[in-house]
Design a protein around this ligand. Structure first.
Ligand SMILES: [Zn+2]
Length: 351
């Protein structure tokens, strides 16, 4: 199974709160796979969305990982320090003519969208420039047209949507200025398929299910999809093991890798812990923090959650857990499903 590059995996938590059971499962799966294959394991703090960041959460997550016996290679990469790299990648995409500015509000998109994908309304293409920038071939007698749109027009022209929109009750829309516009990627590709090492064949039609997606938000924040792709390449990540909530993000990331000329890692998406009704675990439930002062119960439950074989003897320290776990870890035992219901009751020891 070893590829030409040495294995390098990563765990990339968002510091929006303390480490909870779901994050522990992702950390355990990515760590065990990396170490069992003699590879490296890096930690990246995805603190891009600073308004959502909880003060102290990043340090708390790192302390908790240490208490659980995780040992990472190298320093921590903080996305909040990576703005220049994301800007350079965005500039590369802009230079290739694959992006356009968009001043639509969420509400305007919802009103104008003709389809709704799994993540919400599909962008209706309101601000998308015409498909070809080649000089049009004028039929005889047609009025002359400019070879290309002037750049200034790109920044200011906002084609009207086909139907009057209630969101525009205030009158004419303000011109889209680059400072307040989001930047979207034109998505014009056939469905993207990949082999997920847990979920099997995954295929997604980005045009139908996602549409032209945002690379940089109107408030200047770079989108998660762009940042992840840039950072995975920067850190030399060869193999990604993460939660199945990100399975549907992978084709977008693969598209960006292609457009930016970056390598595509392998992917394995682990099932998510859900309550018995299949709902996301809530903060008051098993999304409560794991306890860094008592790591073994949660480690053993995460191990069992991923259907790994029983350990020969009950470990009494995290180091003893990992000593056994890394010789037994087998990714092929992880269930091929997106979620496992009832996980909260298992991990709180209710069963
Ligand atoms: Zn728009």
């Amino acid at each position: 199974m070893t590829g030409p590059l040495p294995y390098r995996g990563r765990f990339a938590p968002s510091p929006t709160g303390p480490l909870h059971f779901g994050s522990l499962v992702a950390a355990l799966g990515s760590y065990a796979e990396a170490r069992a294959r003699g590879g490296e394991w890096l930690v990246r703090m995805e603190d891009l969305d600073q308004p959502r960041e909880v003060p102290g959460a990043a340090a708390g997550i790192l302390r908790t990982l240490e208490a659980f016996g995780f040992a990472w290679d190298g320093g921590i990469l903080y996305q909040s320090h990576r703005g220049a790299a994301y800007a350079a990648a965005l500039a590369q995409l802009q230079a290739s003519g694959l992006t356009f500015p968009c001043g639509c509000s969420r509400r305007e998109i919802a009103v104008a969208a003709s389809a709704v994908g799994p993540e919400g309304p599909i962008y209706p293409g309101t601000c998308r420039p015409p498909p070809a920038w080649d000089p049009p071939i004028d039929p005889p007698g047609a009025s002359p047209m400019p070879d290309t749109w002037p750049v200034a027009a790109l920044e200011t022209v906002h084609p009207p949507s086909p139907q009057p929109s209630p969101a525009r009750g205030e009158g004419a829309r303000l011109p889209v200025r680059s400072g307040q516009a989001a930047i979207r990627l034109r998505v014009e590709i056939p469905p993207i398929a990949f082999h997920d090492r847990v979920q099997g064949l995954v295929s997604q039609d980005l045009v139908a299910e996602v549409g032209d997606f945002v690379l940089r938000r109107a408030d200047g924040l770079f989108a998660y999809q762009l940042a992840v792709v840039v950072d995975d390449a920067f850190q030399g990540i060869t193999d990604i093991v993460r939660g199945a909530d990100l399975t549907r993000s992978t084709p977008r990331q693969m598209l960006l890798q292609r457009l930016l000329g970056l390598p595509t890692p392998t992917y394995a998406h682990l099932p998510l812990a859900r309550d018995r009704w299949g709902r996301k675990l809530s903060k008051s439930d098993a999304a409560a923090p794991v306890n860094p002062r008592d790591p073994l119960p949660a480690l053993l439950q995460a191990w069992a959650f991923l259907c790994q074989s029983a350990l020969a003897e009950r470990p009494d320290t995290p180091a003893a857990f990992w000593a056994q776990a890394l010789t037994r870890w087998d990714l092929s035992r992880v269930p091929q499903c997106a979620q496992i219901p009832g996980a909260d009751e298992v991990w709180r020891g209710k069963t």
